[in-house]
Ligand binder design. Structure first.
Ligand SMILES: CC(C)(COP(=O)(O)OP(=O)(O)OC[C@H]1O[C@@H](n2cnc3c(N)ncnc32)[C@H](O)[C@@H]1OP(=O)(O)O)[C@@H](O)C(=O)NCCC(=O)NCCS
Length: 449
């Protein structure tokens, strides 16, 4: 088939996006971005990308912050406000400044979403954006003797009204402002508004467009995925950090992770933390395989972790029946003890319900995903998938380029997850020497790229 050479890359990229386009169509996604993003000269890129998501069938609720705009308004009005525990105390005389700033940001966003000049990404977009009294607020109150005045928190979200708008293909825009049944106006944290809207809508995704690249570990490396316990553990690990992450970043990340964890507990399955400073970050996160930021998932409350010597009994209990069925290779307790640190397990209520192992062969930059097993009572809920993704992530971290797996009964499961048939001769030398020709396992390979 003839293809113009310089266009083939474009075609390839577009085709690779297809599964994600199908997957996200019709999904409800709440996107939060701060006032800093609105001020940025590249804000129109973010708006263009959000509009594109809408065109691809994503049901969108946008929530904006307004902090820099509020600062400026208050400065003009010559009003100083205090922050306690990261929250602004919104006094009665500061409130008009907050209202003006929030209104101004809302209008900037609405105007950008209304653009439609030919030869721009907004051509033919015709976005209908709706704002309203979707969020009921209540006063944050007096805490430790501090009166937070007109600073409030979310009391209720009118999910039905938002759903109605989304069902009519409208985009919903919410400000960090809420109204109380007494007719008062409250200044809210935009992160809380986004989180509570996502929970109320039972949204498929909540996306925080933030200042940093995502959540990073003590070495300064981006963490691509965290489950709930890992998200909760992150702060403990970094509270006294003197490593490559500064304390302001720790506080910001923690604040987003707190909201992410709250959203996950409230039923939002996926929370994405992505950078506003990477052009196209929202598209890269949603329409490429690895994404660009950190994904916090509620998939498994039970916790996925590296195995320890204490898990041997649990792993044996899990895999012995599968060994008897010939689904996984038989391993002695001694061998398991030697290899235990290669294993990752999912533990639920003290029971090992799933496991998998990674063996790396440095010379060939190739690795083996081995002993993937999920307890029969716990199958069909994505645990197999989650383990496989975790093992792949570990392999990439160790710069592995190819991943192999040997299977007798699960070939299709792996093929549906990007593996293709290979042969024993392709295996890394050390593994090839151990290949059991009587067992006739299929050798499958996946390029990690
Ligand atoms: C393969 C295995 C790990 C999958 O675990 P899981 O937690 O059920 O996997 P997920 O929930 O992520 O995926 C479930 C999907 O895989 C499909 N599936 C399960 N077993 C399959 C198989 N043998 N062949 C093809 N597809 C299979 C399910 O039908 C389901 O598909 P659906 O989403 O379209 O309904 C689990 O079935 C298992 O432990 N099998 C026995 C051990 C084994 O064979 N391990 C691999 C060799 S090391």
């Amino acid at each position: 088939m003839n293809k113009t050479p310089d266009m083939s890359e474009h075609v390839e990229w577009f085709r690779n996006s297809a599964p994600y386009i199908h997957a996200h169509r019709g999904k409800t996604v709440v996107v939060l971005f701060g006032g800093e993003a609105v001020e940025n000269e590249c804000f129109h890129h973010l708006i263009n990308d959000i509009t594109l998501l809408g065109s691809l069938g994503v049901r969108l609720v946008l929530v904006h912050g307004a902090r820099p705009h509020i600062e400026r308004q208050l400065e003009t009005l010559n009003i100083n406000t205090e922050f306690v525990n990261g929250l602004r105390i919104t006094t009665t005389d500061a409130m008009p400044g907050v209202e003006q700033a929030a209104g101004q940001v809302r209008m900037i966003i609405e105007s950008k979403l209304s653009m439609g000049l030919p030869n721009t990404p907004m051509a033919y977009a015709s976005v209908r954006v709706v704002s309203g009294n979707f969020v009921t607020a209540q006063p944050y109150g007096i805490r430790d003797g501090v009166d937070y005045c007109q600073t409030g928190n979310v009391r209720n979200v009118d999910a039905e009204a938002i759903e109605q708008q989304l069902n009519q293909n409208n985009m919903v825009l919410a400000s960090p402002i809420g109204y109380s049944p007494t007719g008062e106006i409250f200044n809210l944290r935009a992160e809380d508004v986004a989180t509570d809207i996502a929970i109320a809508l039972n949204a498929d995704k909540l996306i925080f467009v933030m200042e940093s690249i995502g959540v990073i570990d003590g070495e300064g490396e981006l963490l691509h995925q965290l489950n709930l316990p890992q998200a909760e553990q992150w702060f403990k690990n970094h509270r006294q950090s003197n490593n490559k992450i500064n304390q302001q970043e720790v506080r910001d990340t923690q604040s987003h992770l707190d909201n992410a964890a709250h959203a996950c507990r409230g039923g939002v399955r996926r929370v994405h933390l992505i950078s506003r400073n990477i052009d196209g970050s929202i598209l890269l996160e949603l329409y490429t395989r690895d994404g660009i930021g950190t994904l916090v998932t509620a998939d498994n409350y039970e916790g996925l972790r590296t195995a320890t010597i204490d898990d041997i009994g649990g792993i044996l209990e899990l895999i012995t029946p599968l060994e008897q069925q010939g689904a996984v290779v038989k391993r002695s307790r001694e061998q398991l003890e030697l290899d235990i640190h290669n294993f990752t397990v999912i533990e639920r209520d003290g029971m090992i319900v799933a496991c998998a192992a990674l063996f790396c062969f440095e010379i060939e930059k190739a690795c083996e995903l081995a002993c993937l097993a999920v307890h029969p009572d716990y199958q069909q809920h994505g645990r197999g998938n989650e383990l496989m993704q975790h093992i792949e992530w570990q392999a990439r971290k160790q710069h592995m380029e190819e991943m192999y797996t040997l299977t007798t009964q699960t070939m299709h499961w792996f093929v549906e997850r990007g593996f293709s048939e290979s042969s024993p001769e392709d295996l890394p030398m050390k593994k090839q020497q151990l290949y059991n020709y009587q067992r006739k396992s299929k050798v499958l390979r996946k390029h990690l790229g």
